[in-house]
Ligand binder design. Structure first.
Ligand code: NAD
Length: 501
């Protein structure tokens, strides 16, 4: 019998009651490995109410004590690394080193959250006017919700809840229904680490669960990571219901190759960032912009044999460089884009469509694909394909390359590969992009900096984790204080500046 997953509400596992289940697949075999319950609105409300009940005591717990739970949680995550990585690979399809890497990136956010007493320190100004002092502090916003995508099933939830709960909030997580097991296990480990019941809840589900989180008056803030179409809906609906919302969304990340770039380094970078995790990363490079035709020719000459030679295999094969994509629908969508690219006249230099692996014929494998002569009017350029498909666009000069980056609707990440400091400096200054790499293909900020894009890659004002995370999950309060022993001013009828006092 297929394993049935559960929710985690009020400190314990809770079976789903809706009678609705989603299938969880092993993408390497196409087998259904588990069934995930899809929560009803009432089940989600039970999780929200549990979080609301836990809030006053948790918010009043000294930050140093909250940090102690984070330290214990970190230890448990390390202890269970192999188990958690295997859960990721078996439901997502990515290789084990890649799964371990995403877990480590998540643990780094927990480590950041361990420093919460320092991060919550306020500011104090003595004598802002005669005998008047001012100080600020940050207080939790309340019950927070997180809605997360399939492609980083543990890192993205851990971008959110460790910072939120360290700040004194309580949390309801709704992970992707495609690969929910690892988030469920992590939430159980957080409870084992000493988190009181109700501080961190998890509900599995689909639109019904999400809509309940977006509309319930007890939820104060919503963090979302996923596609742009859903993210825009989340942002608008959450804001219309009076919530603070950050929605991190889709991407089309360009890597500009200048004629003076180190071509060995550039080729390695494009192979790793274009095909790692089968291109299912919001920071994957999906467009290489070659500046000058010679650069384009050289790039294609170097990339083609490397793409052809990619070792595509299930995660159980330790030599695998790239696993399957997540689902049959994803694979079909990617194949559809390849057709569209061909129809519009792009040149398919490497065609990975025919790949089959013996013993894994029902898996969602696809070989690496490489397009040349892609132009901005093509869907393979405008849309996020989210698969192992790299497009090479040729630009006549640097200004044209920069124009492509800036005119694209997405603005998550971009990189420039060059030895020219002037070009690199100009690019970092003028690119309308949230995260920029100079000779670094996937410039994902570390946990103590913040992650986020521009344009239609982010709705809301705050990036995620780092100090932006602390700002998102707290409200600022400013006190102005005078004590009776101060000078008596009498009634004041006009608005005074500090220098007047
Ligand atoms: P998705 O938008 O399909 O799903 C994300 C979440 O939204 C899931 O929990 C899902 O259950 C929920 N959801 C789906 N449809 C919904 C609906 N109609 N109403 C309410 N909720 C709904 O995204 P995905 O396919 O899981 O993930 C891939 C996408 O995420 C890509 O676009 C990728 O670029 C993006 N992503 C962005 C970042 C970033 O930081 N910018 C990071 C990772 C992934």
């Amino acid at each position: 019998m297929t394993k049935k997953l559960h929710h985690f509400i009020d400190g314990k596992q809770v079976n789903g009651t809706s009678g609705r289940f989603g299938d969880v697949f092993n993408p390497a075999t196409g087998d259904v490995t588990a069934q995930v319950p899809l929560a009803t609105a009432d089940e989600v409300r039970a999780a929200i109410q549990s979080a609301a009940r836990a809030l006053p005591a948790w918010a009043a717990t000294p930050p140093a004590k909250r940090a102690q739970v984070m330290f214990a949680f970190r230890e448990l995550l390390y202890k269970h690394t192999d188990e958690l990585a295997e859960m990721i690979s078996s439901e997502h399809g990515k290789t084990l080193p890649d799964a371990t890497g995403e877990l480590m990136r998540g643990i780094e956010v927990v480590e950041f959250a361990c420093g919460i007493p320092h991060l919550l320190k306020g500011e104090y100004s003595e004598g802002v006017a005669s005998n008047v002092d001012s100080h600020t502090l940050r207080q939790p916003v309340g019950v927070c919700a997180g809605i997360t995508p399939f492609n980083f099933p543990i890192m993205v939830p851990m971008w959110m809840f460790p910072v939120a709960i360290a700040c004194g909030n309580t949390f309801v997580l709704k992970p992707s229904e495609k690969d929910p097991s690892v988030a469920l296990r992590a939430v159980e480990l957080a409870r084992e680490a000493g988190l009181p019941a109700g501080v961190l809840n998890l509900v599995n589900g689909d639109k019904e669960a999400v809509d309940t989180l977006l509309t319930d008056p007890e939820v104060s803030a919503v963090s979302f990571v996923g596609s742009t179409a859903i993210g825009e809906y989340i942002y608008k609906t959450g804001c219309a219901h009076g919530k603070r919302v950050q929605a991190l969304c889709g991407a089309k990340n360009h890597l500009v190759v200048m004629p003076d770039a180190d071509m060995d380094q550039t080729t390695d970078a494009l192979i790793g960032s274009g095909y790692g995790s089968a291109g299912e990363r919001c920071m994957a490079i999906s467009v290489a912009v070659a500046v000058g035709n010679e650069t384009g020719d050289e790039l294609i000459k170097r990339l083609a044999p490397r793409v052809q030679a990619l070792k595509v295999a299930p995660y159980t094969d330790s030599a695998s460089e790239m696993g399957p994509v997540v689902s049959r629908e994803s694979k079909d969508k990617i194949l559809g884009y390849i057709e569209k690219g061909l129809e519009k006249g792009a040149e398919l230099v490497v065609d990975g469509r025919g790949l089959t692996l013996q013993g894994y014929e029902n898996g969602y494998f696809l070989g690496g694909c490489l397009f040349d002569k892609v132009t901005p009017d093509m869907e393979i350029y405008t849309d996020e394909i989210f698969g192992p498909v790299l497009s090479v666009v040729r630009a006549k000069d640097y200004e044209e390359a920069l124009g492509l980056v800036n005119d694209h609707e997405y603005g998550n990440g971009a990189a420039i590969f060059t030895r020219d400091g002037d070009a690199a400096r100009d690019f970092t200054s003028r690119a309308k992009i949230g995260m920029i790499g100079v000779n670094v293909p996937i410039p994902v900020p570390v946990a103590y900096h913040s992650f986020g894009g521009w344009k239609r890659s982010l709705f809301g004002d705050h990036h995620i984790h780092g100090m932006e995370g602390v700002r998102f999950y707290t409200r600022l309060k400013t006190m102005t204080t005078r004590w009776p022993s101060g000078i008596r001013t009498g009634a004041e009828f006009h608005f005074k500046s500090g220098s007047e006092h």
